[in-house]
Design a protein around this ligand. Structure first.
Ligand SMILES: [Cu+2]
Length: 463
């Protein structure tokens, strides 16, 4: 028999009485809901909505994020050890894809994922008991899981200990994530997700709170000399492990991996993908403290840079020295991001082979969640593209379906489908690429499609 761990009970008793109920306060990053002062467990109703939206990933470059609650990372949830959470996950009717949620704070099947799979316009519900205190990641676990996470589907839930945490003056919510785009860092325009780079674990962006500059300039978090600061830090991944560090500070306390163990006097703490840490420090002198992933190219070249601006009286007993602009000051030119790659001009004509290669990438970011990698679809919801008589019969109709979406009854290879395919936000070149690909894969054969053929249909639709 193994020896028991230390004396104090580290888990809520599952039979602690649940008294009353309340609605969870959710906050968008970098904010954290107020500490829980309740002395009993209660039923907490969490209402969260999945929203897909397009927003700048860096100024001038757009990306289509998928989110819990309309922000990346998703809304912060704060509950108490012993609470019974009744979780409601809604999928906004304008969304294109089904989603679900796996909370690492859950003891139970899939962390809730299997109970919360929900189509656009629908809502799912499940309940769980918060047995273990700590700071937990939640994320979407809908296939392809990596892609849902890479698009921003993660956030933090804090299960506060029954006895609470020591009081601090400021609390903030910071979550790292890595992003993979077709174009290089900073390439202008709407960028598509790159499955290829995600598989190679070569992100173009590594970000705190979902955007280059989400925590810099006038969006920096702030504190004053003499205050204590607590950061709830998460890492959604999907791939990278973060070496979280604050330039100019030392963590007085780290609750490593978001658990019970306290480590003191730490310079850099590891935050695993799908993991967390709580760090605390006191502000002794005024400065602009820089939050980084100390895998440092990610900071100065891929965006993983935030700022904590602390104001107040200097203390020469602790620090004195000259201040030179441009050293670690983003505004002063201290941050060198890579020169922006110019967007290559798009050629009007491409060979079939070229369009097949490019089209496969579009397929693997825009279509395969529904039509599947094999092109066989997922009957009865998603029709096959492999050997589809419907698709091959009318090229203009097929283009129209991709540009404008389609709904209503159709018959594919003798089987009736009655679903909704959302309009795909793709330029003419990418539509030509993806349709050249699908019409020449899995036993299909057709002439290469050029962008002009797509443009003609688009003009007719008036898109
Ligand atoms: Cu999802």
């Amino acid at each position: 028999m193994a020896a028991n761990h230390a004396a104090a009970p580290m888990r809520a008793p599952a039979d602690e009485p649940i008294v009353g109920e309340e609605i969870a306060v959710l906050t968008a990053p970098p904010f954290v809901p107020p500490p829980i002062t309740r002395k009993h467990a209660t039923k907490v109703r969490v209402r969260m909505e999945v929203k897909e939206y397009t927003a700048p990933i860096v100024d001038g470059t757009e990306y289509t994020f998928w989110s819990f609650g309309g922000s990346v990372p998703g809304s912060f949830i704060r509950v108490r050890e012993g609470d019974m959470v009744e979780f409601h996950l809604a999928n906004h009717p304008d969304n294109k894809l089904p989603h679900n949620i796996d909370l690492h704070a859950v003891t139970g099947q899939g962390g809730g994922a299997s109970a919360s799979f929900v189509a656009p316009g629908q809502e799912a519900q499940f309940s769980f008991r918060c047995l273990n205190r700590g700071l937990y990641i939640y994320h979407c676990a809908t296939a392809p899981v990596g892609m849902h996470i890479a698009n921003g589907m993660y956030g933090l839930i804090y299960v506060e200990p029954r006895e609470g945490l020591p009081k601090v003056d400021k609390e903030f919510y910071i979550c790292q994530g890595d992003f993979y785009t077709e174009g290089a860092y900073g390439q202008a325009g709407l960028q598509q997700f790159s499955m290829e780079k995600a598989l190679k674990e070569q992100p173009d962006y590594v970000l705190f709170n979902g955007k280059v500059g989400a925590l810099t300039g006038d969006k920096a978090i702030t504190a004053e000399v003499g205050q204590t600061v607590r950061l709830f830090v998460g890492n959604g991944g999907p791939n990278l492990v973060s070496s979280f560090h604050v330039i100019g500070e030392i963590f007085d306390v780290v609750m490593a991996e978001g658990g019970d163990d306290i480590t003191r006097n730490v310079q850099t703490t590891l935050v695993p993908a799908g993991g967390s840490a709580i760090v605390e420090f006191k502000i002794d002198v005024p400065a602009t403290y820089i939050l980084v992933d100390h895998s440092i190219f990610r900071t100065f070249n891929k965006g993983a840079l935030g700022m904590l601006r602390a104001t107040g009286a200097e203390n020469k007993q602790i620090y004195s020295g000259r201040e030179q602009e441009g050293i670690y000051h983003p505004e002063g030119g201290g941050v060198q991001t890579m020169p922006r790659a110019a967007s290559a001009p798009i050629p009007a004509e491409r060979t079939l082979a070229e369009r097949m290669t490019l089209g496969q990438r579009v397929y693997e970011s825009s279509c395969f969640a529904c039509h599947q990698k094999t092109g066989l679809g997922l009957p009865p919801a998603f029709p096959p593209l492999a050997k589809s008589d419907y698709m091959m019969a009318d090229r203009a109709r097929t283009i129209e379906g991709v540009l404008a979406g389609r709904a209503g009854k159709i018959t594919v290879n003798g089987v009736q489908y009655d679903g909704v395919m959302p309009a795909q936000v793709l330029n003419d070149d990418d539509v030509a690429n993806v349709l050249s690909y699908v019409m020449n894969s899995w036993g299909n054969q057709a002439e290469v499609m050029q962008a002009a053929e797509v443009a003609k249909v688009r003009a007719r639709l008036g898109h």
